[in-house]
Design a protein around this ligand. Structure first.
Ligand code: PLP
Length: 402
């Protein structure tokens, strides 16, 4: 049926990403609506008792309860899976719901996880605080150091977990090496791809097993809703993730899924324009501050690797000002256009001081080890005219005495 074309993988898997982003996963009700319908329903009703019994027995297709399936959420899952090149995807309530589910659905007491030290603060909390409480052993390594991943492997290592580029130091993990190493040892690699998204970096093509997302960031892209996603093989999703998710319930709400569906239609346009803007702003800042951490500027120590595995660097980079927290805060306070905000992936330019916000909770010792200094600032470059952003930064740097 034509209304169902968007869910027909034989057709949609031949489409190019721009087409998949607009039409992938779309399923139309009998009204034939052009824009995806928003199914705000928790339950479903049935024509007769036998048909519900058949659905519960797995003998007939159909929805039974929105913790298990929802049409709007399924459209999002199919669209993300297509863009990622994954067999299957399940949407989650938030990025952290996605990370928690991706790890806990497959780990048990006595297992071992190796994780990169530069990471989103809550991802570090999962590894440093939550996993050990359940008897899961953890090792944190410098994600940039291929030999460190190798040296950390134990007979009970089950998972490698990392993000690249990493928040907020912009460390790059060598996807082909680390995912290949995992595979050679029967270890599942879980990659948090929130900064780049499938529009700029496709970890599965480098041998990753599971890709997990905060869809709150670039996928929504306009700072509206929390959402997340986990992508992997059909077997991983069916046998590991689904039993965990269906019984613990970190599901994405249909409304949030609908907002992210709309966001995906423009993901590639936004992330490529924001990447260009971030290059322009980055080139300006490099002349004004002592240290830049921008993967697509040649000054980044892992520039070559970043260019090899990413199509563009995305909207986010970090830099250091001369001085400590007081100088960094003074720069934030002097901004007129760029907002002070710890969010990222928004179409608005946002700046934050990680040491006193996103990475406050990990503690001074972990910050020092990760390289998150008191003079570090992280900038998400939005869709504004980059000349306005450069003028704002120029003026604020001068006002802050920098
Ligand atoms: C924001 C973020 C998360 C958490 O996502 P939420 O949607 O806020 O729960 C996880 N990892 C990375 C890299 C992030 O940037």
């Amino acid at each position: 049926m034509k209304r169902d074309t968007g869910r027909n993988r034989k057709i949609t898997s031949r489409w190019r990403p721009a087409t998949q982003a607009v039409r992938g996963g779309t399923w139309r009700s009998e009204q034939g609506e052009t824009s995806e319908a928003l199914f705000l329903t928790s339950g479903y009703s049935y024509d007769d008792a036998a048909s519900v019994a058949a659905r519960f027995a797995g003998e007939a297709e159909g929805m039974t309860y929105s913790r298990l399936q929802n049409p709007t959420v399924q459209m999002l899952e199919e669209r993300i899976a297509l863009l990622e090149g994954a067999e299957a995807c399940r949407a989650q309530a938030s990025g952290m719901a996605a990370m928690t589910a991706a790890l806990l659905c497959q780990l048990s007491a006595g297992d071992h996880i190796v994780s990169a030290r530069a990471a989103f603060g809550s991802c570090r909390w999962l590894v440093d605080s939550l996993c050990p409480r359940f008897g899961i052993e953890t090792t944190v390594v410098d994600g940039r150091d291929n030999a460190a991943w190798q040296a950390a492997i134990r007979p009970n290592t089950k998972v490698f977990f990392f993000e690249t580029p990493a928040n907020p130091t912009m460390d790059i993990v060598d996807l082909a090496f680390v995912c290949g190493l995992a595979r050679a040892h029967g270890i599942t690699s879980v990659v948090d791809n929130a900064f780049a998204t499938s529009a700029l970096q496709r970890p599965l093509e480098f041998g990753a097993d599971v890709v997990a997302y905060s869809a709150t960031k670039m996928m929504d892209g306009q700072g509206r809703v929390l959402a997340g996603a986990v992508c992997g093989t059909q077997q991983f999703i069916d046998e590991k993730l689904l039993p965990f998710q269906r019984n613990t319930g970190p599901n994405c709400s249909p409304f949030n899924a609908w907002v992210v569906l709309k966001g995906l239609e423009t993901l590639s346009l936004r992330i490529n324009r924001q990447s260009e803007n971030a290059m322009e702003v980055g080139r300006f800042l490099e002349r004004r501050v002592p240290r830049m951490l921008h993967p697509f500027l040649p000054s980044h120590p892992q520039h070559d690797l970043a260019v090899r595995q990413m199509d563009a660097s995305g909207p986010i980079f970090s830099f250091e000002v001369d001085g400590e927290r007081a100088q960094a805060h003074a720069l934030l306070d002097a901004l007129e256009v760029i907002d002070i905000s710890n969010n990222i992936g928004d179409a608005r330019s946002l700046m934050c001081h990680p040491a006193s916000t996103t990475h406050h909770g990990v503690g001074a010792e972990a910050r020092a080890e990760m390289g998150v200094g008191e003079g570090m600032l992280r900038l998400n470059v939005g869709l504004e005219d980059p000349r306005d952003l450069i003028e704002d930064l120029d003026r604020a740097l001068t006002a802050a005495g920098l």
